[in-house]
Design a binder for this molecule. Structure first.
Ligand code: TYM
Length: 334
């Protein structure tokens, strides 16, 4: 038990707002899998975050279960890591409320995700969207997490989380672990295949530019073939070649070959040949995932069991932290 307590804690989350794309795998999921055998891992499906944008209830329900199946199909072992739904652990909203009272309006309004989303959905700029990063801080701080594996777009939210933890610790006494982000060197920001200067995102208008984990082999090959590339013809990883660099990253993820190896392999060969190789490698790479996903998604009873167990385990830790916080701020404890 003592050994258990000393293990580093990893926490991360994903929104159930549609099918996952290859960026979710390279920026986050892949690393989640890596951590699970060594550390105490909590991976949560953040449905409370999802409703900061209007969701259709039937779809939200379906996507939540899709995500549970996706986590497991991607290699997360529910016997090793705790997989749970955020709304099943009410302490997340309880701690978020407390943290809201320690967060400045200015801090939230500076968040780029808030600015982007309020531009994208001007008809629904709600208080939840504004306070989104505070709920995210609560997700993390409840579990005294050490390391947070995320893509590059979450960096700013993690800085806020660190600030809130330090602020609370200084005002009261050490209460929260101050977490570190874990952002992979390669794959932290996969770009839209049709617009390689823009991050790949589920809600992108250019759907041809979004490579879903459940795409068929034909769809994968077609999307890669039609990917927008840069001028010139050299296969080289460079800031001035965002399209080709994005494809090199995907080829690296699919084959495990280093960037240098890839550049050498395709020296003197054209974009067409390279795209063909990337498409084929991705088909092969995603095939086991797709098959496993289909099997798991059909087993809803099993998915519910995993989520029930995950939430029970998560609550034990979450309740402990929340009690500590309530005591420190002066709430009467029964
Ligand atoms: P979400 O659901 O948008 O994305 C889930 C994870 O995938 C990463 N990601 C990407 N990585 C590389 N390239 C891309 N194009 C790409 N798109 C998405 C994201 O960085 C993220 O790691 N706020 C979070 C969810 C969250 C969370 C948390 C994360 C809620 N609470 C606590 C960590 C800890 C989000 O919206 O992720």
């Amino acid at each position: 038990m003592e050994g258990e307590q000393k293990r580093k804690v990893i926490l991360s989350g994903m929104q159930p707002t549609g099918g996952l794309h290859i960026g979710h795998l390279t920026g986050a999921l892949r690393n989640w899998v890596e951590f699970q055998s060594e550390f105490e891992c909590y991976y949560t499906i953040v449905d409370l975050h999802a409703i900061t944008v209007r969701q259709e209830p039937a779809k939200l329900r379906q996507w939540t279960l899709d995500l549970a199946a996706t986590f497991i199909a991607a290699g997360i072992n529910p016997e090793q890591a705790h997989i749970f739904v955020q709304s099943h652990v009410p302490e997340h909203t309880q701690l978020a409320w407390v943290l809201n009272c320690f967060t400045g309006m200015g801090e939230c309004s500076r968040m780029t995700q808030f600015k982007d989303k309020s531009q994208k959905y001007p008809e629904n700029v709600n208080v939840g969207l504004f306070a989104y990063p505070v709920l995210m801080a609560a997700d993390i701080l409840l579990y005294q997490a050490d390391l947070i594996p995320v893509g590059a777009d979450q960096k700013q939210h993690l800085e806020l989380t660190r600030n809130l933890a330090e602020r609370f610790n200084n005002l009261y006494s050490p209460t929260f672990k101050v977490p570190e982000p874990y952002i992979p060197k390669i794959g932290a920001k996969i770009m839209n295949l049709q617009n390689p200067t823009k991050k790949m995102s589920k809600t992108d208008e250019a759907q041809l530019g979004v490579l879903y984990l459940t795409d068929t082999p034909e769809q994968i090959k077609n999307k890669i073939n039609r990917a927008v590339t840069d001028s010139g013809s050299e296969i080289k990883f460079s800031d001035t070649k965002p399209g080709i660099s994005n494809l090199i990253t995907l080829y690296h993820i699919a084959t495990g070959k280093s960037i240098e190896q890839i550049e050498q392999e395709f020296a003197g060969r054209g974009y067409g040949e390279f795209k063909k190789a990337v498409g084929e490698a991705l088909v092969e790479f995603l095939e086991p995932f797709r098959n496993r996903y289909k099997e798991l998604r059909a087993e809803e009873g099993y998915l519910f069991d995993v989520l029930r167990k995950g939430a029970e385990q998560a609550r034990v830790v979450a309740q402990k932290t929340l009690r500590k916080v309530y005591k420190k701020i002066g709430f009467v404890m029964l």
